[in-house]
Design a protein around this ligand. Structure first.
Ligand SMILES: Nc1ncnc2c1ncn2[C@@H]1O[C@H](COP(=O)(O)OP(=O)(O)OP(=O)(O)O)[C@@H](O)[C@H]1O
Ligand SMILES: [Mg+2]
Length: 607
């Protein structure tokens, strides 16, 4: 018996986790044209605004470049010549340039932020749409926390690159190139002296980027481990507490938490060592310019104005370099995140509407399994083998059999939650793969084995399949499901807020609500998975009578462990090891003295 806790059975351990978050192919790649081209498409609708931001960036770069040159003119042409009127005029110009610089930067940031948030929201919306289209098989095998992290974190780092990164990158190169050109044209010898520190800088950058690659890869998988561990422990909290495993869980979490801390500290130390090193080299260059430039001024080789302009340019030269090293990390995480997001978007829904899918007409309710075999994954064993079954409209068919026999899997195939591996499932003679999933499922109701409630009110939960249902219809459905009495007794009635996972309603009550949900949706085909397990006899009787009302006039598949509830079924199928080993009505099967008889005898022996 499960504890009713959604602990994923499909967890692949830490190895799988790391693989998933994974050191993707792009790990450490600085630039991947394929990923960038793909993601750049999200900027397309905002072309004009991006162009505006680009223009603002160029203006800001130009203003950054021009002001030191104006210092030179102020000193050499106005101060040296005593031309105070010209000096005032130039001072105003420089002041105006700073105001313009401020405005250009503001415009650039605003436009980028505006576009960025839209790209972020669009990309997340698309991912969410895609996740809903992905087969349950995908969700069975992927850790929820990891998927959440893709939609939230990976998209955020991509956005850093898409909306801001590339423009900063271009701006940095424009400014660097501009400064080099201006310095060379002002005084080539002095320019060469200022560049003397560049080899040292190249060396520092090379060392840094190699170490950074390793360090940031470590931080990413460390974050992954924390997210994965946390997500799983929170989902399984009930079991952890029930088995008094808090200590163990704490120990596991401490491990990943400490690993995460250490990874971040070492990545940070790296930045802390690198950035001051660049700053030191910048100071060194300033010192060289002052020392060499001062002598050149004394020898009349350059003017004082040129020296002042140089001092200003040299300081400006190192800011973009520091910026580039920061961008380097952004680019790397964005490439890794981008690769994962693209990969997710490219995961084709295995269950999908084929190109010429038709709309399923109103279902009469004839179901058939024709030589159906099924397995969940290509590398997994078959869980259903050569199933043949015909169900006439309006019939109630019960599936019984031991745990793990394949009953739930059979039900899943009817609603096409998974596709058959071999053979075909037909509804009214139409292969379920030939019609749109939406038109098929809209006419089916499922009361799942693990009845799931969403956060929201009780009323919302009953309305889940038909949001437009009136209050009267909703309450009528609850009455039919025998859920009305317990709901009405709650202080807030139908407006009672459901906690996450339906924690504040009992399992039996959850089932009643799910039955009310199915009644309200008014489906032609109903699949009830063990709707009578885990409840007391009074509730069982309530559910039983609700079911009788629910089943009237519909085709129904009832999967039950309690044989008492299916005595009146039109057909009982005994499923064992993925095969239907016996079928017939209750009395006939009992008389036969086979598996059903044995199951029956065992169940009523204790009673
Ligand atoms: N999502 C899944 N991915 C992979 N294997 C699965 C999945 N769900 C079920 N299985 C496997 O398929 C087999 C049949 O499972 P199924 O849930 O259909 O059994 P069941 O008859 O409904 O059992 P129970 O009576 O316990 O509900 C089991 O061996 C199980 O391990
Ligand atoms: Mg089952």
């Amino acid at each position: 018996m499960s504890f009713g806790v959604g602990v994923s059975g499909a967890r692949g351990g830490p190895g799988a986790l790391l693989r998933e978050f994974g050191a993707g192919k792009n790990e450490g790649k600085f630039f991947d044209v394929r990923v960038v081209a793909r993601l750049a498409g999200y900027l397309a609708p905002y072309g004009w605004r991006m162009l505006g931001a680009f223009a603002a960036m160029l203006a800001a770069s130009a203003l950054t470049l021009v002001t030191p040159y104006w210092y030179k003119i102020a000193i050499d042409q106005h101060i040296a010549a005593g031309d105070l009127a010209g000096l005032t005029w130039l001072a105003w110009l420089i002041g105006g340039a700073f105001v313009a610089l401020y405005l250009a930067t503001l415009a650039q940031q605003y436009l980028l932020g505006w576009v960025g948030q839209r790209v972020l929201a669009n990309l997340r919306a698309q991912l969410f749409r895609h996740l809903q289209a992905l087969p349950l098989g995908y969700h069975d095998t992927h850790i929820v926390g990891v998927t959440v992290s893709r939609v939230i974190n990976d998209v955020a780092v991509i956005n850093d690159l898409l909306s801001e990164g590339w423009i900063t990158l271009i701006a940095d190169f424009v400014i660097l190139g501009g400064i080099v050109v201006v310095m060379l044209s002002l005084s080539a010898p002095l320019a060469l002296w200022s560049f003397a520190v560049l080899p040292l800088m190249a060396l520092a950058t090379a060392i840094f980027s190699r170490q950074a690659k390793i360090a940031f890869r470590k931080t990413r998988s460390a974050v992954a481990a924390v997210v994965g561990d946390l997500a799983e422990d929170l989902a399984g909290m009930r079991v952890i507490q029930a088995f008094a495993q808090e200590g163990e869980a704490q120990k596991r979490f401490r491990q990943v938490n400490v690993a995460n801390r250490d990874a971040h500290v070492s990545a940070m130390s790296l930045s802390f060592a690198f950035l001051p090193a660049i700053e030191f080299l910048g100071m060194l260059a300033t010192g060289i310019v002052l020392w060499v430039g001062g002598q050149m001024v004394a020898r009349n080789e350059v003017t004082v104005g040129v020296l002042v302009a140089f001092l200003s340019y040299v300081t400006r030269f190192f800011a973009p370099i520091q910026e580039l090293s920061r961008l380097y990390n952004t680019m790397q995480s964005a490439m890794a995140g981008g690769e994962r997001v693209v990969e997710l978007l490219d995961t084709a829904p295995i269950v999908c509407d084929c190109a010429d899918a038709r709309v399923m007409p109103a279902i009469a309710g004839a179901l058939a399994f024709e030589h159906v075999s099924f397995r969940y994954r290509a590398d997994a064993p078959f869980v259903l083998r050569d199933i043949n079954l015909k169900i006439a409209p309006g019939q109630t068919v019960a599936l019984v059999g031991p745990t793990g026999a394949g009953k739930t899997s059979l039900g899943n195939l009817i609603a096409r939650l998974y596709d058959v591996t071999e053979g075909a499932v037909t509804v009214d003679g139409v292969d379920v793969r030939a019609v749109t999933q939406e038109s098929l499922r809209r006419q089916m109701g499922i009361v799942p084995q693990d009845p799931f409630l969403f956060t929201g009110t009780l009323a919302d939960n009953i309305r889940f399949g038909r949001m437009d249902a009136s209050d009267e219809a909703m309450i009528a459905a609850a009455r039919l499901a025998n859920a009305h009495d317990f709901i009405a007794a709650l202080p807030e009635g139908y407006r009672t807020k459901i906690l996450e996972g339906g924690a504040n309603v009992s399992v039996g009550q959850r089932q009643l609500i799910c039955i009310a949900r199915a009644i309200l949706a008014d489906p032609h085909v109903l699949i009830l998975d063990e709707a009578t397990a885990n409840v007391d006899t009074v509730t069982e009787a309530l559910i039983q009578s609700a079911l009788e009302r629910l089943l009237a006039g519909r085709t129904a598949i009832v999967i039950a462990h309690r044989l008492s509830t299916i005595r009146h079924a039109d057909l009982i199928c005994v499923v064992q090891d993925g095969q239907i080993v016996e079928q017939g009505r209750h009395d006939a099967l009992l008389a036969r003295g086979g598996v059903y008889h044995a199951l029956h005898a065992r169940q009523f022996a204790g009673a």
